[in-house]
Design a protein around this ligand. Structure first.
Ligand code: UD1
Ligand code: CA
Length: 458
């Protein structure tokens, strides 16, 4: 089978974004526009992915530095889509087929592109078109009276009657590399915009008797480009709708499908229930019967079966064991690992700590750099003092220990098995197994104490 190379055009400036960020680095669904296109190209088993970028594409390159097998081609001056493709062709052999995509058309699906690639492998020129109610600005597809595609005419070069055509060029096409090389070499810029139009290869194919096969997408948003913030927002909503359909199809209950955002990949077990205004980022895995309350943000989290997350939690880079209960108003930061049945209550922050099965940290507490065993009870207002201004230190609390309210555990420190720390203690030395630690100052009562009074005025 002829190998596929994907050429992604991304040299355009994107002025209408009114942004310092290159256009293809703006995000849809938490991923840069170009990231979507690169991923789709990978999904098509492309042997090469070439990105044609503009002058100063350093930020774009840097963003994708870790992507394997991306070739970067600079088009220093934007002389048109034909010129852009010409910059990439020297890097390609003649044996395979080329698919041209746009870096700012992020939501095109591999399923839509596969038939184009297949047609190109049969030495056809495959072209993706779409019917638009308002075709203003796009290249129009000109067909003959037998409905055969003859050429594409750009809006600025079109006659009034051609402008009435509603079938437009998406810009996406696939064809043999050898054919494309020949035609691109023949392009000129003798047109209204003084640009080298890639679209002129259609007429050249017709001239050379290469069959032009149009494919038409039914959903315009799939081939919608991003030129301004409005289009970016539109595509964000369209992308969300797709993600949400997939969640619903997989059996999740969404109390309002319009009030959930997925900026990454979410997988759900059976009978998951998600309340309103929940944001998922990165990779999130929810077990069976997980319930998520309103106004939660979850990023890169693995959640076991039967976990309940109450409202207003932020959970990031964490693992939550089965049957745990979190929130409301809890913050789990990177490296929080909670075992089965753990309870984390309101205004509790956990960072880089493991908490053993059945342990409870229910109110107003900071747990950082700690290892907490099973069935530990951490009282309200407990702080692990993990930072001395220069270094982080560890707190270890062993199985069955009880930490009284408003205690500070000054790390490095260990509270032994079954030990008890009295309320209000400041613990800076290890507490032996089974013992009670109290650091309260002895109480003093001064009888009949008279509070100072303000001197009377005048
Ligand atoms: C192009 C098509 C038009 C089609 C439209 C779909 C041509 C001549 N016209 O229009 O038929 O309906 O796309 O959106 O091809 N780019 C470069 N280098 C350049 C010029 C463009 O990399 O020199 C890239 C842009 O970054 C963008 C894409 O090519 O990703 C399309 O460019 P754009 O200016 O948006 O499209 P038009 O040329 O107006
Ligand atoms: Ca243009």
């Amino acid at each position: 089978m002829q190998q596929l190379s994907v050429v992604i055009l991304a040299a355009g400036k994107g002025k209408r974004m009114v942004s310092d960020l290159p256009k293809v680095l703006h995000s849809v669904g938490g991923r840069p526009l170009l990231g979507h296109v690169l991923a789709t190209a990978s999904g098509l088993q492309a042997v090469a992915r070439l990105v044609v970028h503009g002058h100063g594409g350093e930020a774009v390159k840097a963003t994708f530095a870790s992507e394997q097998g991306v070739l970067w081609v600079e088009q220093a001056e934007q002389l048109g889509t034909g010129h852009a493709v010409a910059q990439a062709l020297p890097l390609l052999g003649d044996g395979g087929v080329v698919l041209v995509l746009y870096g700012d058309v992020p939501l095109i699906r591999a399923e839509t592109l596969q038939p184009l690639v297949a047609a190109a492998r049969q030495d056809r020129l495959a072209l993706l078109t779409v019917e638009l109610a308002d075709p203003t600005g796009y290249g129009r597809i000109v067909r003959d009276d037998r409905e055969q595609v003859q050429r594409i005419v750009e809006e600025k070069d079109a006659t009034p009657s051609e402008r009435c055509l509603c079938e437009v060029n998406t810009g996406i096409l696939a064809v043999s590399a050898a054919r494309l090389r020949g035609w691109v070499a023949e392009l000129n810029n003798d047109n209204a915009q003084g640009e080298y139009y890639l679209t002129d290869v259609i007429a050249l194919a017709v001239r050379d008797g290469v069959p032009v096969e149009p494919f038409t997408v039914t959903e315009p948003l799939e081939v919608q480009g991003v030129n301004d913030r409005r289009q970016l927002a539109e595509l964000e909503r369209f992308y969300q709708a797709r993600q949400i359909e997939a969640l619903l199809a997989n059996g999740a209950t969404l109390l309002d499908p319009a009030r959930i955002d997925i900026r990454g990949a979410v997988t759900t077990g059976k009978d998951v229930v998600i309340d309103v205004n929940v944001v998922f980022e990165g990779t999130v895995r929810l077990g069976n019967r997980v319930r998520i309350g309103p106004f939660c943000v979850l990023r890169d989290v693995v959640i076991g079966d039967d976990v309940e997350i109450l409202s207003h939690c932020r959970i990031e880079d964490a693992e939550i064991g089965p049957g745990a209960q979190i929130g409301p108003f809890a913050r789990l930061r990177p490296g929080a690992r909670l075992a089965a049945g753990v309870h984390i209550g309101n205004f509790v922050e956990v960072k880089k700590s493991s908490i053993g099965p059945g342990s409870k940290v229910n109110h107003l507490t900071y747990i950082g750099d700690a290892e907490i065993g099973a069935n530990v009870n951490v009282g309200a207002g407990t702080i692990t003092c993990n930072y001395d201004g220069a270094n982080k230190h560890k707190t270890i609390i062993e199985d069955g220990a009880f930490i009284g309210s408003n205690s500070s555990l000054v790390a490095p420190v260990r509270v032994g098995k079954g030990a008890t720390v009295g309320a209000g203690s400041s613990v800076s030395r290890d507490v032996p197994d089974g013992s009670l630690c109290l650091t309260r100052a002895p109480r003093k009562d001064v009888a009949n104490w008279e509070r100072p009074v303000k001197p009377k005025k005048g």
